[in-house]
Write a protein that binds this ligand. Structure first.
Ligand code: ATP
Ligand code: MG
Ligand code: MG
Ligand code: MG
Length: 468
């Protein structure tokens, strides 16, 4: 049974043999790209090659890219713990052509790799294509995919975009059927959100560049960008539909169970999954230079960390836990990503400090949450003002409160939360303009408003009690 590390090597060496340059993963924080919070796919580091702004001494590349999807256009934070196939941090394997080959080569490359090199059973595979893409349908038929396994999709699922702007194009995706003992329907069907038919590989035909005003222009050269989730392929090659049962994730789950003296498969199972996932995203983010903060990227990191810490707390652990799991991660992934080992001490110390601080308010916050819920009718949403108090006084990011409520089948009144946040901003503005230094301050407050809540948190929460 191939390990995740074996699959990475097979993928890269296959494309190297087909003339692709093996390019290391770029850091999670994109260089010079304000449009994106974190690398969310393999193409991010090649964006300017697709648009023709940059040229290199190769026109074919392959990589295993570190990705984080915990905000922005592709946000999987709320899926973690609930689906068997989503992570906040995952590795995307890819092959890329910059004006070199196009559909007629990209499809056979992919088909050979999965059916021959990786030996995946053809009879369990099906593919989707963008509804108007007859050319892709013909190529799939040519490689031997029966017509009833080629599904035309008209939605954006088969039109890939990195974010609101940038290179984009129609795509074709490969799905694996894990069998009818698992709930879920084929792509395009009403119950496609289940874990039975799992999307493993997306091949994007890069043809356009999208601009801020929504207009699109054709790229000078047609290119290929593909992305395969290594954890999903590891799962199926290891005979499971569950990414969290693969060698790598399982060892992190066991580390979490050890550190909390709990059963990895007992009632705390979901907590362990979330912890294992968030351990990877937080550790890799810190290794790439992100530190917990009250705004921007650092706040996304803090939100993920605190979520994991609440889950550790739910397992009954009195002491900080997350930092104890870092050695297990370094053992698993340190060889492929040496930055993890180099930053190990920093990662551990950052996690330990953050968890120590957050624990001071976590208990009281959870108690407040319980008290508030006890006073509400059974299915009522938590009032926004209560969620705001948890945020402002106890350092609970909104999504942490939502995550805690979801376990009980409840939600937050987000309008009330937003209103309380706006009120706090207005108060801050009034206090500031009364202080005599209004001219400059007002400019900053206006800027903060213009750039939205995330940036504004920089100001809001620095002054809020219990945030740091
Ligand atoms: P899904 O529909 O399952 O959320 P996606 O369509 O958002 O996936 P793409 O943007 O097409 O995913 O990314 C390419 C590949 O990366 C996917 O086919 C999948 O194998 C993998 N992938 C995407 N998101 C995740 C995730 N959150 N965790 C693990 N693997 C992922
Ligand atoms: Mg997705
Ligand atoms: Mg999809
Ligand atoms: Mg996709």
């Amino acid at each position: 049974m191939p390990s995740l590390n074996d699959i990475r090597s097979t993928f890269l060496s296959y494309f190297e043999k087909q003339g692709h340059r093996v390019v290391p993963s770029s850091p999670l924080v994109p260089r010079n790209d304000p449009t994106l919070m974190f690398a969310n796919s393999g193409m991010v580091q090649f964006k300017n090659l697709f648009t023709g702004v940059e040229h290199r001494d190769y026109t074919r590349a392959t990589s295993a890219q570190k990705c984080v999807r915990a905000g922005g256009k592709h946000n999987d934070l709320d899926n973690v713990g609930y689906t068997a196939r989503h992570h906040t941090f995952f590795e995307m394997m890819g092959n890329f052509s910059f004006g070199d080959y196009f559909k007629a080569e990209a499809i056979p490359f992919a088909w050979n790799l999965i059916t021959k090199e990786l030996g995946i059973d053809k009879n369990r595979l099906l593919v989707t294509v963008y509804h108007t893409d007859d050319e892709a349908v013909e190529i799939w038929k040519k490689v031997g995919v029966p017509e009833d396994r080629i599904i035309r999709i008209a939605t954006n699922d088969n039109f890939w975009m990195m974010g609101p702007t940038g290179p984009c194009g129609p795509c074709t995706e490969i799905f694996y059927d894990h069998g009818d003992h698992i709930w879920g329907g084929p792509p395009g069907s009403p119950d496609e959100d289940g874990d039975r038919f799992v999307e493993i590989w997306n091949l994007v035909f890069m043809q356009y560049e999208q601009f801020e005003d929504g207009s699109r222009k054709s790229l000078a050269a047609q290119s290929i960008d593909t992305g395969m989730g290594i954890e999903r392929v590891a799962a199926l090659l290891q005979g499971t539909n569950d990414n969290y049962a693969t060698d790598l994730m399982r060892s992190l789950i066991e580390a979490s169970a050890d550190a909390t003296s709990t059963d990895p498969d007992g009632p705390g199972k979901t907590h362990h999954r979330v912890i294992a996932d968030h351990l990877r995203s937080t550790s890799f983010l810190i290794a790439d230079g992100v530190m917990p903060a009250n705004d921007g990227r650092g706040y996304v990191l803090r939100r993920i960390m605190r979520r994991a810490m609440r889950h550790a707390h739910m397992l009954g652990s009195q002491d900080p836990v997350m930092h104890k799991l870092v050695p297990a991660l370094v053992r698993q992934m340190g060889a492929a990503y040496p930055e993890l080992g180099q930053a190990q001490a920093l990662i551990q110390e950052t996690l330990r400090l953050e968890e120590t601080r957050f624990k001071q308010t976590l208990d009281r916050g959870l108690k407040l949450l319980d008290d508030e819920l006890a006073g509400l009718s059974e299915d009522a949403a938590l009032p926004g003002a209560s969620a705001f108090k948890l945020y402002d006084t106890y350092g609970f990011p909104l999504d942490l409160t939502q995550d805690a409520l979801r376990e009980r089948g409840r939600t937050v009144e987000t309008e009330g939360f937003d209103a309380a946040m706006a009120e706090q901003k207005a108060k801050a503005r009034a206090a500031w303009s009364g202080s005599g230094e209004s001219a400059d301050a007002a400019i900053w407050l206006d800027l903060a408003d213009k750039h939205g809540a995330t940036d504004f948190l920089g100001y809001d929460t620095e002054t809020a009690e219990g945030q740091i």
